[in-house]
Design a protein around this ligand. Sequence first.
Ligand code: PEP
Ligand code: MG
Length: 894
Amino acid sequence: MADTVQRADTKWVYSFGGGGSDGDASLKNLLGGKGANLAEMASLGLPVPPGFTLTTEVCTAYYDLDRKYPDGLEAQVKEALSALETKTGKAFGDAANPLLVSVRSGARASMPGMMDTVLNLGLSEATVQGLAAKAGERFAYDSYRRFIQMYSNVVMGLGHDTFEYILDDYKERQDYHLDTDMMAADWKEIIGHYKAAVQSELGKPFPDDPMEQLWGAIGAVFGSWMNDRAILYRKLNDIPAEWGTAVNVQSMVFGNMGETSATGVAFTRDPSTGENTFYGEFLTNAQGEDVVAGIRTPAPISRARADELQSDEAPLEEVMPRVYQELVAVADKLEAHYCDMQDIEFTVEDGVLYMLQTRNGKRTAAAALKIAVEMAREGLISEQEAILRLEPGQLDQLLHPTIKPDAKRDVIVTGLPASPGAAVGQVVFDSDEAAHLAEAGRAVILVRVETSPEDIHGMHAARAIVTARGGMTSHAAVVARGMGRPCVCGAGSLQIDAEAGVFRVGGREIKKGEIITVDGAEGQVLFGEVDMQQPDLSGDFGLLMAWADKVRRLNVRTNAETPADVTVAKEFGAEGIGLCRTEHMFFDAERIPVVRSMILAGDKKGREAALEKLLPMQRSDFEAIFGIMGELPCTIRLLDPPLHEFMPHSDAEMEEVAASSGVDIKVLKAQADALHESNPMLGHRGCRLGITYPEIYAMQARAIFEAAVSVAKATGSKPVPEVMIPLVGTRKELDILKDVVDRSAKAVFTETGMELDYLVGTMIELPRAALQAGEIAHTAEFFSFGTNDLTQTTLGISRDDAGRFLTAYEHQGIYEKDPFVTIDQDGVGELVKLAAERGRSTRDGIKLGICGEHGGDPASVIFCHNIGLDYVSCSPYRVPIARLAAAHAALKEA
Ligand code: PEP
Ligand code: MG
């Protein structure tokens, strides 16, 4: 940036309006969003009050030069100001016909609330006379005192309360009740008090020179780029500091000059539903700030909207019909020009309409979907553009039941919107109780101070989860998102008294058993049962997903093992199973005793006897899966976790197991101790178990092939099993275990007289496996990247039971930013890419997929597309997200 400072001919200031603009919308990086769009609107011939923009480069130079302005800026501002005087026919600082301006920030990305606006700048003891002559004394002096307050606050750093105190005190002494009681003489007196307060509080006078005011305001805007609020906002939104902000200086128009003036905000389509209706609100006789401040409730803009809201207020359409028609025409023109829904700000000064801003409007996921599909239908954008209009991550909001947009909300408390969707249920404070009630068919909402792995069953049983503590990456948040449960976390003002069976908040008391509704998308907990709507996966959603499917190259599979999850995933468009974790099937209450007896068996014979009992259970699991998936490929992973995970943990559990299995408790404890892993993640697990106990893998493989054959015989469609070996590090391990699988297959095919195609492959989830991939591919017919383990082993961090990545510091109670990273950071992606290349060079066309959590992370999906993987696999609720992300990847590449 330093060289921009050096260039003598740099253009620092761009004019807009009054018959032409120096810039246009394409210069958003230089002029900021607001400045670029003001220039564009003016060029379109729309009524924009003229003005000029100091570029974002001025901001960068200002900081490079240690808070000094670059050469040439002052002259260019003067020049732009005099051009503005010519355009408006007014003069800055002129007592008879003063030019007044607003000064506003405007970065490349919108940063709402980063910096306040300064309005009415240019008012002084002299110029206030000119304004009075034009608009009346009372109006002029009211404007002047507002300006003093705003400028003193924004530029000079004096708090609002100083001024509010003076005003309240004055009104009390005069026995006035409303601001409208204040006459010109009153405001004049107030102005005297305000100025005296500035002098006494700050030790310097309020500036009376408009030029000094202008530079003060410009400096304040640039200075605000580095205030704490802005720095934090940028950090949270990934906005680089180098972007800088622009400053827009624009001639004032007054929406508060009486009943023929107004100000308002409008959207060209409904930003919450996406419906193609003109949407907005306005206030007569008000300035923009009044709409935001919420002192007066704005009125709806159109008759239709007023009817919808059952509002008694007259809409703009009726109050100013001609202005309304003009505004609708402007809105149509802007939307057609930008080919997107616009969020516009306007002011009406004495019956004349002015446009103050336009930008692409923020919208809910539902609105984004509807708008994208309808605009494509209207021919405004292409199908491909429509696909890109929807952020994959946003889709999450659409896949869960939601609260009806017009439902009445009685908000009990607001926390973080940790997991989207909405649910109704009765309040429960205990996880066991939640599980029991859910089993009895009750809808429950689990309310806890925070959750831990011991609450998993309660969270699973609950329709939604609420916590008082914890952020967006707390245990509750991560687990709830993974389970697809709505969750509000960190609702700090909740006081939970689980013993007494109540929580208290804001003077209310909610008892155990009372009905509440949780809106995870908004982070709200609502009283009672609120009206819900089910997600609609057909209609616009189905259409957009069909468009996405046409352009994507990556296949999308799912990580699932229960018939319910597999069915959901298939409805969401899963094209196969990328990971069936068979160990999850062993935790079933009926099976775990058999699993334990297998583990506790002293010899192979004992183990085989137990496995014999497990075989039909596993077979029926796989039959169900193959039955649902038909001829789509199903990757089934053989047993992965260390055996101690299946053993009882607490003393009570130990006793129970000892009693029911007839094993002496001492023996049981000794066995459990013997199985204890000092580092479970890297211990006796995965293929290492398979090598020690080949009979376990042989049983699982047999169950897979028997199930496949029986489904093939019953349905006529041929299942496609892909048997996957976990935690392989070297080719030798896979060689041994592929042989076990092949022998099971051969045996089953001989016994049944039916042969099916199948593959044997491996997870690549250790750095060693990635490095050895070229060797391993001699045996492996596919690779599936297990980036959960690969992330942990590459970054040297571990995961808690909920799958959340922990840093070493978290163990000490020091929390860092959520260490869940997208795949292409910190070496994980590099290892995946390298392994894919090495695998392919050994085995041309080797099937490559990913089944770690990254398979559902949009940025990681794009990475997987770019390195040429064949598919990504993710949890059922993320399947549509991955489909859309895969389409984005293909379109962005093209
Ligand atoms: C992985 O490690 O990425 C994986 C999918 O396996 P798991 O999460 O079951 O360890
Ligand atoms: Mg793993």
